[in-house]
Design a protein around this ligand. Structure first.
Ligand code: FAD
Length: 419
């Protein structure tokens, strides 16, 4: 089938998903599960290994009824350091087996068709959208879901200055002695006695560490969020200093992880005639950087809304997209998003001691509060309750820091109220 310009045109699909990262496969699986005619477009093969390692709290996976066999590693001994002694999280953490997770989603996408290429442009008409690829192919679908990552190919969002990035430099390998106890996972080690006074005045960073078994460990120096991003060289130097202070040498580097992604990009333009999902939809948790659990939780809501909107054969891409946006970014979600952004801005202003006091207090809240905050499973009312509870329990330096943040970033609280 060809149009008047001789370009290849595909028959109309229900939905075209852009991207084969976690977001692309999760939403494609949801749409296939609902019996829709789905195609996917990405520059890589569907089975190309995902470049990142993905961690998740084990109870998040269980609450989604997903098997823990999707995890390659599962730790019961999970701690952090916000001072000299360890905070016990009393909660299991896991790392996905990326290949298994990808295969699980691909199996659910058995009815989808796959196209290799890059989405370059999109045009909408009354009853369909046409995506043109870099190879000149045109793919026609009733709705397009852009899941092409944090800087999407098609989806639009307002420009934002001062974007904060999570940045990390990590090594998977062999060390002269174990950086953590056998079978242990360290979410955040903020101890910084190995740094000079001048370094300790710079934005704080923490170490994310885990025992991967068979004498292999992963150690990653991480900046939770900072604008501009902390440079990899700085993170590498800090990691080496941290290890050296503990008398640990890196003997063999099996994999180096460079992690860099935006934490507070603006929300997408929700009047667009397409929907965005995952990084493309600014779904990364602004106060933690986690997103995979959120995509697994919110994918079904978006899938159901699109499937329902498609039942009206006259519905335009704009009308279908509106249903999708309303499901993905309803008022409650918007309110919570601005509250999280407020939290992020407060944290970015905290120096070492205040940050440690903040996290000690945060993880001393009832587990349902801190885990619900991190997973974004609290209602707005519960989230406000948890934040007020945190304020009540926090030492004065943290309270002052939060109040100062109201002065600097009170607009976000106002946006949360007005959403
Ligand atoms: C190193 C690292 C570690 C992370 N760890 C975690 C973690 O432990 N837990 C967690 O929850 N989150 C984590 N994140 C955050 C987040 O979950 C990831 O960034 C995640 O990969 C985002 O998923 P995505 O599918 O939206 O985008 P991506 O994974 O970036 O996938 C984008 C897809 O779109 C395709 N694409 C790009 N441009 C085009 C185009 N023009 N046309 C067609 N296709 C296109 C790409 O090829 C790719 O298939 C991490 C991020 C990084 C960078």
């Amino acid at each position: 089938m060809a149009n008047e310009m001789g370009l290849k045109v595909q028959p109309t699909l229900d939905a075209l998903v852009i991207g084969v990262g976690p977001a692309g496969l999760i939403i494609a699986a949801e749409l296939c599960d609902r019996g829709l005619n789905v195609a996917n477009l990405a520059p890589t093969k569907t089975t190309a290994p995902w470049p990142n390692t993905y961690g998740i709290w084990v109870d998040e996976l269980e609450s989604l009824n997903l098997p823990t066999e999707l995890l390659e590693h599962h730790w019961r001994n999970c701690i952090s350091y916000f001072g000299p002694s360890a905070t016990q999280h009393q909660r299991d953490y896991g790392l996905f087996d990326k290949a298994k997770f990808q295969n699980y989603l691909l199996q659910r996408c058995a009815t989808a068709t796959w196209h290799q290429g890059k989405a370059q442009s999109i045009e909408h008409s009354d009853n369909h959208s046409v995506v043109k690829t870099d190879g000149g192919t045109e793919l026609t679908a009733r709705i397009v879901i852009d899941a092409s990552g944090h800087f999407p190919a098609l989806s639009q969002r307002p420009k934002k200055s001062n974007v904060a990035y999570q940045a990390a430099y990590g090594v998977v390998g062999k060390f002269s002695k174990p950086p953590v106890e056998s079978g242990q996972f360290v979410l955040m080690d903020f101890r910084a006695e190995h740094l000079t006074d001048a370094e300790r005045k710079q934005p704080p960073t923490f170490s994310y560490e885990m025992d991967l078994g068979n004498g292999i460990h992963f150690v990653e120096e991480t900046s939770l969020a900072y604008a501009p991003a902390i440079e990899f060289d700085v993170l590498k130097r800090r990691m080496e200093k941290r290890l050296a202070a503990r008398g640990i040498e890196i003997l063999e580097e099996q994999h180096i992880e460079h992690c860099l992604f935006p934490m507070n990009l603006a929300l997408p333009d929700r009047s667009q005639s397409l929907v965005a999902f995952g990084g493309a939809s600014s779904m990364v948790h602004p106060a933690s950087g986690y997103m995979v659990g959120a995509m697994l939780r919110r994918g079904p809501e978006l899938g159901a809304a699109i499937a329902k909107a498609l039942q009206n054969s006259e519905a335009s891409p704009q009308a279908i997209a509106r249903q999708g946006w309303d499901a993905l970014w309803n008022r409650d979600r918007l309110r919570k998003h601005y509250l999280y952004l407020f939290g992020l801005n407060a944290l970015m202003g905290f120096e070492e001691e205040r940050l440690n006091n903040h996290f000690s207090t945060f993880f001393s809240l009832p587990k349902s509060d801190w885990s619900g905050f991190l997973a974004d499973t609290l209602t707005t009312q519960e989230l406000v309750g948890a934040m007020v509870g945190m304020f009540g329990k926090a030492p004065n330096d943290v309270r002052w820091g939060l109040m100062r943040s109201v002065g600097g970033h009170g607009d976000l609280l106002w946006q949360a109220v007005a959403a």
